[in-house]
Design a protein around this ligand. Structure first.
Ligand SMILES: [Mg+2]
Length: 372
């Protein structure tokens, strides 16, 4: 079990002594984000709040309860229910062990039943991050970008910093929670020696180096617009020509996709893109169906772009379709040949990005047959 320990003031509602409904203001997108986290993750939601001096004349219990009940009621209306609520009423000078960063209120989470190293504390103060450290959990520091320096002892605890709830939801529901879909392929023949590492859930980093300048430039587009992380080298027999390098790199990239996508459960499967580049527009549709097929309605106006033969563009995508086992339909309008080729590569990348996207909450194969 994992828990999300969530501070209240400064995180769910604006930071201040919230002792009346007039001063209760929700942080933007907190409901949307918490609902998404609730639906897409297995975190238990645990509120952990210091409410200084509740029960004293300056902060009557009834005032606290009115606000607290209203906050919980509004959140419940948005499908956000807390599994547990822990509020400490003491003052700092009381040095109460339940007051954050003390963990006395949270001892039931520390008996081994929770995976605290996979749990998070979300809070706007460094005492919240100190609580994360004391729990053996990780911290999400909720603060604006100029939040100030972090003490050295807390820096390793803080996994994420933002005052944007949607970004935090993405962090918790997205790549950090899911296992990244990756593959590492090496392929050596008498014609090429290729090593390629692919992370489908990347951010558009890395490079593919084949020694063919224009081809590398096109592959850069695939990495960037596909938001893939790729590191690859291809040493090919360029003294013969570029044919083997282009073909084999495409085969390896396709194989890497096939490997990384695995059983393809929970993905969109279909992707498409219509993309313009000045006077040219390209359209690409892809289906990771398990079957290779290239439909190619492309008429390049020149045989070469620079020294790169345009016939190799079709060969690249045919080889990718063969090894990734996908349907690939590609069209491009007339125009500048460089633009035609580049538009096709970019549209391909963006179509792929859509097709491999995980559908939130789905673990089903995108086929009535049950397998892809
Ligand atoms: Mg706070």
């Amino acid at each position: 079990m994992r828990a999300l320990f969530i501070d209240r003031d400064g995180v769910i509602v604006e930071e201040r002594q919230v002792d009346s409904l007039e001063v209760m203001h929700f942080i933007p997108h907190v409901m949307e984000a918490l609902r998404q986290i609730r639906r897409m993750t297995d975190f238990e939601l645990v509120m952990v709040s210091n409410q200084d001096g509740v029960g004293t004349p300056s902060f009557p219990l009834a005032s606290y309860e009115l606000v607290q009940e209203r906050i919980l009621e509004v959140l419940r209306g948005e499908d956000v229910a807390f599994d547990d609520i822990n509020v400490d009423f003491s003052l700092p000078e009381d040095k109460c062990p339940g007051r954050k960063p003390g963990t006395a209120m949270l001892s039931s989470y520390m008996d081994g039943g929770y995976e605290l190293d996979k749990s998070f504390v979300i809070g706007d103060r460094l005492t919240d991050m100190a609580l994360a450290k004391a729990l053996g959990a990780r911290g999400i520091w909720f603060h604006a970008p100029d939040g100030g320096p972090v003490p050295d002892d807390l820096a390793p605890v803080i996994s994420y910093e933002s005052d944007d709830w949607l970004a935090i939801a993405h962090f918790l529901c997205g790549d950090e929670v899911h296992v990244h879909r990756t593959a590492r392929i090496t392929r050596k023949t008498k014609e090429t020696d290729i090593s390629l590492a692919l992370d489908i859930d990347g951010s558009g980093k890395g490079r593919i180096r084949t020694g063919i300048g224009f081809f590398d430039h096109m592959l850069e587009q695939v990495v960037k617009h596909g938001r893939l992380d790729v590191e690859a080298t291809c040493e090919g027999d360029l003294e013969v020509d570029e044919h083997h390098s282009v073909e084999d790199l495409a085969l390896v990239l396709g194989e890497a996709f096939k490997t990384a996508l695995g059983d393809k459960k929970g993905i969109e499967r279909y992707g498409y893109e219509i993309l313009c580049m000045d006077e040219v527009h390209a359209s690409v549709a892809i289906d990771f169906s398990g079957r290779p097929c290239l439909s190619w309605d492309v008429d390049f106006c020149r045989e070469y772009v620079g020294s790169f033969p345009t016939e190799m563009v079709r060969h690249f995508f045919k080889s990718f379709s063969d090894s990734a086992a996908c349907n690939l339909h590609m069209e491009v309008s007339a125009g500048n040949c460089h633009h035609q080729v580049e538009a096709l590569f970019k549209a391909f990348a963006r179509a792929v990005r859509r097709a491999v996207r995980r559908i939130p909450g789905s673990d089903e194969p995108a086929s009535t047959k049950g397998v892809l």
